[in-house]
Design a protein around this ligand. Structure first.
Ligand SMILES: NC(=O)c1ccc[n+]([C@@H]2O[C@H](COP(=O)([O-])OP(=O)(O)OC[C@H]3O[C@@H](n4cnc5c(N)ncnc54)[C@H](OP(=O)(O)O)[C@@H]3O)[C@@H](O)[C@H]2O)c1
Length: 324
């Protein structure tokens, strides 16, 4: 589809160097959008830009930014305005999981996570939402997670917390902005093939999950785009598996689900570079394994595939390599 240059709209996508963000860039380029792509890894963003310019004639602007920096959203907005661009479609996608029990992870690591996945998300909505409303057209897609419906988990405590924030913020903004022609959705994917679990360091445990629990990025993106375009939602859940799960999570009392979630171990291990020095609470007891007969112990941490989050390209394994 070729859209005349005068009618083309521009999308800003955070976390466009990999996974769901990169799939979103590909999808919107095919739909005739021009793009502003941001993440930390410039070379990755430039690869995506050149692929999409050659395939679709997309005008792509690459702006590197580290969203742990509290000044990053305002700096991005200033660069966008200086370049004479406007944002018609915002995809707040950048994110990651920090594993480990809450008091075993350094505070700066957890503060950064909240900055990237809550404050930057809200600030980018706050910057670009009013401009969209003034023009009478806008799309805001905030990538939350099925985890937003999970009442707590053992390890990675902040993840369901920040995703619940994104879900509730998006629901409120959908209500406020709808009359102005700005559609807002919270996208709640289940497990999705991407670099996410390599960065988290729990790929080995995740690979044990059955294939029906895995989603492909392009599926998540097309469901998100179709819903936001139609002004439906504001909550988007892909696949019957996760629709059933989310429905159950809303029916079953939180205290019951919380007790079940406390038995999970896939997010229990803190990555060495995130570990807090000094005293921490005693190691929590893990449920004994029935079949092995071995004494229960701490789940083994799979080999890390990044030295420091984002400073090195994550090694991609298995089917995940098909995702881009
Ligand atoms: N995969 C899943 O199972 C799953 C399920 C539910 C929800 N989600 C959500 O989906 C979103 C995308 O994740 P994904 O699965 O596509 O993971 P991914 O493949 O690891 O991609 C994450 C993206 O976020 C960017 N990012 C990370 N830290 C950043 C920072 N400090 N500043 C700027 N950008 C940063 C990364 O780029 P750089 O490293 O280049 O900066 C990368 O482009 C996240 O919000 C995640 O929570 C994922």
């Amino acid at each position: 589809m070729t859209t005349p240059p005068t009618l083309r709209k521009t999308a800003l996508i955070t976390g466009a160097s990999a996974g769901i963000g990169r799939d979103y860039a590909r999808y919107l380029a095919a739909e005739g959008y021009d793009l502003i792509l941001t993440a930390r890894r410039k070379a990755r963003l430039e690869e995506v830009a050149s692929e999409l310019t050659s395939a679709f004639g997309t005008q792509v602007t690459v702006l590197t930014a580290d969203l742990t920096d509290p000044t990053a959203p305002a700096k991005l907005a200033a660069q966008i305005s200086k370049g004479g661009l406007q944002v018609d479609y915002l995809v707040n996608n950048a994110g990651y999981q920090v594993t480990g029990f809450f008091d075993r992870v350094r505070w700066d690591v957890q503060r950064d996570m909240m900055q990237v996945m809550m404050t930057a998300v809200a600030e980018l909505c706050h910057i670009f939402g009013p401009e969209m409303a003034a023009r009478g057209f806008g799309r805001i897609v905030n990538i939350a997670s099925v985890a937003a419906f999970v009442p707590g988990q053992a390890g990675g405590a902040l993840y369901p917390s920040v995703k619940a924030f994104v879900l509730r913020l998006s629901q409120s903004l959908a209500t406020e902005y709808h009359p102005a022609g700005v559609h807002v959705v919270a996208v709640c994917p289940g497990f999705t093939w991407s670099e996410f679990h390599d960065v988290a360091g729990n790929r080995a445990q995740m690979n044990k999950l059955p294939s029906f629990m895995w989603l492909d990025g392009p599926r998540v993106v097309s469901d998100a785009h179709n819903t936001v375009e139609a002004g439906r939602g504001p909550v988007v859940v892909s696949s019957w598996v996760y629709k059933v799960l989310v429905t159950l999570l809303q029916i079953i009392p939180d205290n019951w689900v919380g007790r079940l979630a406390a038995r999970g171990t896939r997010n229990a291990e803190v990555r060495a570079e995130d570990a807090r020095a000094g005293p921490v609470s005693p190691a929590p007891k893990k449920p004994a394994k029935k079949s092995s007969g071995k004494a229960s112990g701490t789940a083994k941490t799979p080999a890390r595939t990044t030295t420091k989050r984002g400073t090195k390209t994550a090694k991609r394994t298995g089917k995940q390599a098909d995702n881009g």
